[in-house]
Design a protein. Structure first.
Length: 243
């Protein structure tokens, strides 16, 4: 009982995840150290191509993105991440205090920029401001009722009400929907589902995820073979499409 309660509380205010994309070792070291001390979960990648892959797997709450990177530039990374429909805040790190960089960055979907060298306090303030804004506007507490076309999902009662029948949802299915809906209209990888819904339980793998998604689809989709809401993104994972 007690452990369930603790897990529940942790889920209500989970640690925020920050992805740092930066190739300067000394700066990476300082950033990681500082952010982890502040209680953030930090992942680091050092080039643009890996950054794009990492985003799907890690599902960050915020990204610090250097512009001058080996391979793909920070601008290109930003553009691709937005094209993939991720909408977490992106703060660009630029070595040059050039107006053109700022304008380009903001035009392609970055939320803020900070010029190197910057003070740790200033960076933390910017990060907190961005995360606060995301919380206020994009994440309005747990959702209990979801309408998917003709299908109504009541997560509190673990129930699906459809024109043809009513179906019970398992606890796992409820958690799966909650996580997909919390990340609605964004790609979610199988690894991310394993981490966040199954929490790496013994003997689970990506096949487990596929089986559960398929079962869930048969409950919430009127035509599971041609899903309208819980769609597969080939080579990426899944996405809950909600307009
Ligand atoms: Ca760089």
């Amino acid at each position: 009982m007690e452990s369930t309660q603790i897990r529940k509380n942790q889920r209500m205010s989970p640690k925020k995840k920050i992805l740092i994309v930066e190739d300067e070792p000394s700066l990476v070291f300082t950033l990681k150290d500082t952010l982890e001390n502040e209680g953030y979960i930090v992942e680091i990648v050092e080039d643009g191509n890996t950054a794009v892959e990492k985003v799907t797997e890690f599902q960050p709450d915020l990204m610090l993105l250097d512009i001058m990177l080996p391979g793909m530039s920070g601008f290109e990374v930003c553009k691709q991440v937005r094209e993939m429909k991720f909408n977490f805040p992106i703060i660009m790190l630029t070595a040059r205090d050039q107006e053109i960089d700022k304008v380009t960055g903001l035009n392609i979907g970055a939320d803020d920029y900070i010029t190197k060298p910057f003070g740790v306090k200033e960076l933390l303030a910017r990060i907190q401001a961005r995360l606060r804004r995301t919380n206020t506007y994009n994440k309005p507490g747990p959702i209990d009722n979801i309408q998917l076309g003709e299908v109504h999902v009541n997560l509190k009662q673990s129930k699906v009400v459809r024109p043809d029948k009513e179906i019970e949802l398992t606890t796992r299915e409820v958690e799966l929907i909650r996580f997909l809906v919390a990340n609605a209209n964004e790609p979610v990888s199988r690894d991310s589902l394993l981490e966040n819904v199954w929490r790496y339980e013994y003997s689970t793998n990506t096949r487990t995820v596929d089986v559960h998604v398929s079962k869930l689809r048969s409950k919430i989709e009127m035509q599971p073979d041609d899903p309208k809401f819980l769609v597969t993104l080939h080579g990426v994972g899944y996405m809950m499409k909600i307009s």
